[in-house]
Design a protein around this ligand. Sequence first.
Ligand code: TYD
Ligand code: MG
Length: 462
Amino acid sequence: AAKARTAYVCAECGADYSKWQGQCGECGAWNTLSEFVVEPAAKAGAGASVAASRRAGWAGRADAPAVTALKDVRHSEEARVGTGIGEFDRVLGGGLVPGAVVLVGGDPGIGKSTLLLQAIVRMAQSMPGLYVTGEESLSQVAGRGARLGLPLDGVHALAETCVERILEHAASMRPALIVADSVQTLWTEQLGAAPGSVSQVRESAARLVRYAKETGTSVFLVGHVTKEGGIAGPRVLEHMVDAVLYFEGESGSRFRVLRAFKNRFGAVNELGVFAMSDKGLREVPNPSAIFLSGSRGPQPGSCVMVTREGTRPLLVEVQALVDSSPLSNPRRVAVGMEQNRLAMLLAVLHRHGGIAVGDQDVFVNVVGGIRVQETAADLPVLLAVLSSLRDQPLAEQTVAFGEVGLSGEIRPVPNGEDRLKEAATHGFKRAIVPKGNTPRGGRIGEMEVIAVERLSEALDAA
Ligand code: TYD
Ligand code: MG
């Protein structure tokens, strides 16, 4: 039989080479090549590339390549299995699809192991589960389960990091669900590289993915986010799995947010919200106002926005601190939003709002450890900055949302009316919004809606 060979694969773009080289010839990235095992492809011929063998893994049998009218292809609405945790199901797109591989990433200590232990225990009633731990001992896992008061009878656990041995156990036990905690601890005998290296993590994950696809077993891979923000090296795992979920939150806050970053079986950017407790993660099915700081009365440098991450509107507070800088190159620090976006917004504020912060440090923080990715945060961020700069709070009970364009225009955002209704429900009295989001009748219940087209109008209104 043909032997497996090794190839060198670029972690950025996936190009493969037979020899190691310092720079990837495809994408030009440096030091991104790492060793990777290429299985001898049964039918695909000798020159099978890594990509081809990976594709074969997805497509299943290589011997049935018949062309078929798509409408005649038999398919079933994927049967989904609930995790028993509504917010988790929401982020998965309505439950776990059998055979799906889901990567759950997040900072160490954020609660990944807790969440997955809770889920596997609940799911054990309908699908036998195997919890593989490479980080903690079995007694630590059992101890956590007992502390959380979980009924542990249906779940089997295994303390093992070698993928070949994990798959041997899986083959004899035949679980319907495997949790691998964490993918960074896994290694395969096929590679000489050290456990924890990108190539080991990638190849180990690839083996679990292949096993999942061949057997219909669902797999959760737990991944610690590295300092660069990627899981185990730049984006290597994201392409292989069906869904990537990130678990986020502030260490000081008890709220945790699970976000779908990629999902073949559901919407992306869907959010699930949880609260930590001594009995584990509890879902927060109605999270709309938990990301307000709760400070009484209006404060300078604060603006409440209505974001619509996923399918629910959320009220979120943005805080800004603007302070004269001792540095020749003042700081721009954004927590919970993109740094570059902040720099751009400050440039627009200068150019089209006539307000210069070039000699000021600017810090922006989104309360509660949530990350806001949509552009609807632009206007509230600038209003918070202005409020801090002037040391004057915005009028009481004011919310805002809207995208700010480079020429100082305020652009409408999707689902404006939904957002306004949510704010009105929580007692807000005034909303500064893009003209394109004006509701019919010009107001929502008791709430006055101030529609603006230009940044300058918005600053005047504030
Ligand atoms: P853990 O699940 O181990 O985090 P991760 O796997 O992401 O590194 O959780 C970290 C600690 O927090 C752990 O000691 C358990 C504790 N914890 C609770 O007490 N309650 C909770 O709801 C959660 C999520 C964690
Ligand atoms: Mg853990």
